[in-house]
Design a binder for this molecule. Sequence first.
Ligand code: HEC
Length: 615
Amino acid sequence: MLERILRLSFPMLALIVGAALTFPIWTDGTVAAVRATPSPQVQAPPLFAVQCAGCHGEEGLGTAKGPALAMNQRVAEQSPDQLTAYLQRGNVAAGMPSFADLSVSDRAVLVRYLLRLNVDTITKPAPIAPTTPITWGAPQPGDWRTYNGSDSGNRYSPLEQITTANVATLKLKWVFPIQYFGLETTPLAADGVLYVTAPNQVIAIDAQTGGQLWQYSRPPSAGMVGDARLGTNRGVALLRDKIYFVTDNAHLLALDRASGKLFWEMQMAPDTTGQHFGGTIAPLIVHDTVVAGVAGADHGIRGFVAAFAVETGAVVWRTWTVPRRGEPGSETWQGTEPVTGGGSTWLTGSYDAASDTLYWATGNPWPDSNDVDRPGDNLYTNCVLALNARTGELKWHYQFTPHDLNDRDATEPNVLVDTVYQGKPSALLLHADRNGFFYVLDRTNGKVLLAKPFLRRVDWASRIGLDGRPVVKDPRGCPSDAANWSSTAYSPQTRLYYFLALEECVGNKPGGYPDQTGQRFLRAVNIETGDIAWEVPQPGAARAKTWSGVLATAGGLIFYGQPNGGFAAVDQGNGKALWHFPTNVRMKASPMTFAVAGKQYVAVAAGPNILCFGL
Ligand code: HEC
């Protein structure tokens, strides 16, 4: 049998080898270069017919039992070594057997066939070497160096080349596809390079050409749950020569900014036994630490925020979001001690250098809708925590939804704004919560200066009392999902706060609220009064889980993604539509803007693509 295969394979060699390609001969193990003219058809080696065709089809075009292997981007991007290793290993859980028992030469035959099936497959351009040596310059005004572009968490850019007057001529400059549908990354931009993320992947892209500079990737980790299992990732942090990235299983990595090479790796949680710690966050650099939090409160973690030394990954401090018995806040858990308790911390925080304070959002308590064993407020879930940025020590906290039953994470942006408020210079924190209220806090002490519903229907609480506590009417009342983690912005030009709001009330109670159909709006809120200054109803299904965010620019614009896959720009002053680009895919990421070589660009992740626009 073996001899027959070899004999049959030999004439086939001529067919396998393309004109410009050279391959070793595999019959006797010696390596020789062979050239031949290309053949119009690719004939499958008999071994393929015997071992593979049953699932992948006679010509590798796929069957119900296995995917097409011809014109398959994933296959085309693998090196011969990677394909060989894949055949050896298989993916038994997904239905692809291991072929470890084939001989080395048989596997080589199959790998060559796989490559031949994909000579015409379009793949991403090969990494390009930078034309000039990369020098990491000092931060420039046109950079976007953190998840929100500024420590304040305000997604407002001072760039003003793209304006209300010229945005109508904004055009797509390049597209960078990533084989993952549903990106949530915000690119970082510095020194002419964009850094973007996908599941366990970091990619450096030439900002002007869209060409790939390098890629770091590893396979998905086993045993993940929730968003971490999907591979959700919101971006990197950057400092000097390093890029910081969190993997699905909550390991913090430091990569070489020039090459993507791994410097160090740190498991963020001290002991993961029995807890599903996930990593989805874009970390934040503060002083010489990388600050990051974890996901997994819907699956019973005990949340924390932690700071790691930029050079070594050593833990500098860690603050748990659920207290242990006897610690402050533990009196708000009246059941058994909350060994887990929730309070995840997966949204990038904000930082105020003047007071050296970090503001960090926390998520829902666990178990989320079952409160039998957790009477009390359940601190510090659904809070904003004000933390000493050097020690992690809690300065104050404010809890938006005490004793939550509805998965009302407070993981919405906390935007720090310094302005004259109610007649006096003030240090403010702006926050539109998932519970339907818009808040203005005094960020020096956590006192509520204003709290007002930003939806037409909010009936879980009648108001927020003078003591800052909600006056609860019906704990399971409306809304269901008023706002979420996507970015928001305050413009000093208009003094308005912009975010995407969802008028919806389903699912909290048996039967729901059938009168409420659901509608998304882009809203501009007057921060002095909490009144809606203007709003734009959004096209597309409200329940489409789009969660694109908002970007404001000094050019007088708001950029944001629509539920129908449109990427739009409107006038900050009145919401007038000025520009629109149909991405036609689901948008789950927030836009950013940057400048390189004197030109302003706007970039956003839409579906599986990074899109970059310029004038
Ligand atoms: C019992 C059915 C079955 C057989 C037999 C089988 N495969 Fe597969 N193969 C699959 C399935 C199912 C997948 C998809 C696995 C996944 O989703 O990761 C797959 C995936 C692959 C992939 C990766 C494709 C991709 O899109 O990522 C390659 C390459 C591959 N098979 C090659 C082979 C070769 C070569 C043989 C014969 C030696 C073979 N397979 C035999 C079922 C099979």
